[in-house]
Design a protein around this ligand. Structure first.
Ligand code: UT7
Length: 343
């Protein structure tokens, strides 16, 4: 039996592997701007501290009553469909990375699909905080690589203002609202998602979490009074773990693909803190002009930072360019994805 099996395997022609390619990117941020000067009037902080400690000058806030995370994602999906000449009925799956779902259930992906008229698709949310887009992109790519689907949308969308305590200067200066996304299709020429390393360490939840609202501590008058429905972050340990995590997974990804840092055209890091971004670039030995940065405009939009960067830099990325997307966030969750740009 064993010999027959081996012969069979040896005689079989190698199957050509399907690769998932990003064939379009889009981003959306709300119009309302919250500047450092605005924050100076709300908490004990100042523009200089925020700029030098984080690199952020302003962030966008979704203030329109009745609007939520799905509404920003819908704007992204509509742009993606228009840019790639895709009809809503052609979408087969949509994954939404978010920590600010419209509702505890159903998934925000369901709401997005309904609002854009994608009648032939299913979808679900992935909650991996700032690494959510990487987790979702890797998951979406598997459905293309397996031959199951030909059109998958992956969005990262977060209305962080809905879970930020604007009396807490340690967090309110960092976060903003936004959404970004990509269309995934089978690659026509071998350009696409090449490899990914994703990691998780639940012990890190101590340093970045929301205290109440889950099954561990359901919402009550007491949890509301104690302001426990907001982001809690102990910034210093997260900072250190973020630098180490992103550097290590990026280096490991390059090594196992027989690449050096010189083979990399672009690093697309999660935008949490300009000092983190700079440290990661320096430790990898990457010139500053090859690291995508837009944190000054939007702050930390959690799952949306990476697709928003890709959107802002789209005109500068060339077909065949090698990119590494890397992120670190609550969980802890982190990882890096290697891509050869397809258009
Ligand atoms: O995206 C998900 C993952 N998250 C991250 O990657 C975030 C990682 N962490 C960070 O980016 C940084 O730790 C923060 C930006 C959150 C904080 O920067 P830091 O340099 O780590 O500041 P710190 O918390 O160590 O605070 C330094 C000082 C403290 O004062 P003392 O104790 O030295 O007198 C703080 O009270 O700065 C004070 N401080 C502020 N001062 C003015 C803290 N926040 C502020 C503020 N304005 N907003």
């Amino acid at each position: 039996m064993c010999r027959i099996f081996k012969t069979d395997v040896l005689n079989r022609k190698p199957m050509s592997k399907i690769i998932a390619a990003i064939t379009g990117v889009a981003g959306y941020v709300p119009d309302d701007v919250l500047t450092n000067q605005d924050l100076e009037k709300m908490v004990d902080t100042n523009d200089e501290w925020i700029r030098t400690r984080t690199g952020i000058s302003e962030r966008r806030i979704l203030r329109e009553p009745g609007k939520a995370t799905s509404d920003m994602a819908v704007e992204v999906v509509k742009q993606l469909l228009a840019k790639t000449n895709t009809r809503p009925e052609e979408i087969e799956m949509l994954i939404c990375a978010t920590v600010t779902a419209d509702m505890v259930f159903p998934d925000t992906a369901n709401t997005i699909l309904d609002k854009v008229g994608a009648k032939n698709a299913f979808g679900f949310d992935i909650n991996a905080a700032c690494s959510g887009f990487l987790y979702a992109l890797t998951t979406g790519a598997k459905f293309i690589e397996s031959g199951t689907f030909k059109k998958v949308i992956v969005v990262g969308a977060d209305m962080m203002s809905s879970i930020i305590d604007y009396t807490d200067r340690a967090t309110c200066i960092i976060f903003g609202d936004g959404a970004g996304g990509v269309l995934l299709e089978p690659s026509k020429d071998g350009n696409g998602l090449i490899d990914a390393i994703l990691r998780a360490d639940g012990a890190g939840r101590e340093f970045l979490h929301m205290k109440a609202g889950g099954s561990l501590k359901p919402a009550s008058a007491e949890t509301v009074a104690a302001r426990e429905h907001f982001v809690f972050q102990d910034g210093r340990p997260v900072f250190k773990a973020a630098v180490t995590g992103m550097v290590n997974t990026t280096q490991e990804l390059l090594d196992r693909n027989d690449m050096t840092i010189d083979d990399l055209k672009w690093l697309v890091p999660h935008q949490a803190n300009l000092r983190i971004i700079k440290s990661v670039g320096e430790m990898l030995g990457l010139a500053e002009d090859r690291v995508m940065v837009n944190i000054h405009k939007y702050g930390n939009t959690t799952a949306a930072t990476i697709p928003l960067c890709l959107t802002d830099y789209e005109a500068q990325i060339k077909k065949g360019d090698t990119l590494v997307l890397t992120a670190f966030g609550g969980g802890y969750t982190w990882g890096s994805i290697l891509i050869k740009w397809a258009y």
